[in-house]
Write a protein of this length. Structure first.
Length: 259
């Protein structure tokens, strides 16, 4: 490995300040980085010349991110592969719990598995990448459905039509489904309590992309013989962390001061 170039590092430090600010003045940057004013001026001038920063209209000493960064970000976003990134994160989550970890997307009223890592236990959930299941019967699906507007839910699940079930535990009432989705939104996790398979429970968490949209969900699926209240809490936190990690790989940033 070669030596890091200080000037390049400082320029990147300046750009990274904009991760939690929409605009910054030259004095702001100088104060935050503790660099000499002349150094900051030279770096900003270079970044403006290359379209990485642009002056704020009417405020010539205040800057915001420029078009070049948008272009680079668009290229990065185009190269992201949800299936590949999902499997990479699922491998890490599965290594911690040794249970089946899956990533799925919503397609109409179905979920479609796009990534999966199996448990090493002889008794485990059986599924496959590309498999489809009714969304309302799965933790993954309920998590993804929780993001939809009432109008979008009505289009998929008319309020006067019962839903097909997969087990005696499946939700078949449109009203009950909507109640459950409200609970999912409040908790930030969704559960499948033997609703798609009488011998399996699962917990799912949301995955967001760089725009803040929920684009997928990640779940840990566990045979009922290895499920208990302690595991429910433990795996809920684990899948939440895994989903956050995958979201980060997709460019999502949570919270932050955008002033």
């Amino acid at each position: 490995m070669g030596r890091a170039v200080p000037a390049v590092s400082r320029a990147l430090d300046i750009l990274e300040l904009f991760l939690d600010r929409s605009s910054l003045s030259a004095p702001d940057i100088t104060e935050r980085l503790g660099l000499p004013r002349t150094t900051v001026h030279e770096l900003i001038t270079t970044l403006v010349d290359r379209s990485y920063l642009i002056p704020v209209s009417g405020q010539p000493t205040r800057y915001r991110l420029g078009l070049r960064l948008f272009q680079l970000g668009s290229v990065f976003a185009d190269q992201l592969d949800l299936a590949h990134e999902g499997r990479e994160v699922a491998l890490k989550v599965a290594a911690e719990c040794d249970e089946t970890v899956q990533v799925a997307v919503l397609d109409g009223t179905d979920v479609v598995y796009v990534a999966k890592v199996d448990s090493t236990h002889p008794v485990r959930m059986v599924s496959a990448v590309g498999r489809r299941l009714p969304a309302h019967c799965t933790g993954l699906g309920k998590m993804l459905l929780s993001e939809l507007s009432e109008e979008a839910l009505d289009a998929r699940y008319p309020r006067d039509r019962d839903l097909p079930g997969m087990t005696p535990n499946s939700i078949t009432s449109p009203a009950r489904l909507r109640t459950r989705l409200t609970e999912v939104r409040e908790l930030g996790l969704a559960y499948d309590d033997c609703e798609s398979n009488e011998a399996v429970r699962c917990v799912a968490a949301p995955v967001y992309d760089h725009t803040g949209a929920m684009v997928a969900a990640m779940s840990i699926s566990v045979p009922t013989l290895r499920w208990n209240d302690d595991r429910r809490r433990e795996w809920g936190e684990l899948v939440r962390r895994g989903a956050m990690g995958l979201s980060g790989r997709l460019g999502h940033r949570s919270g932050g001061d955008r002033s």
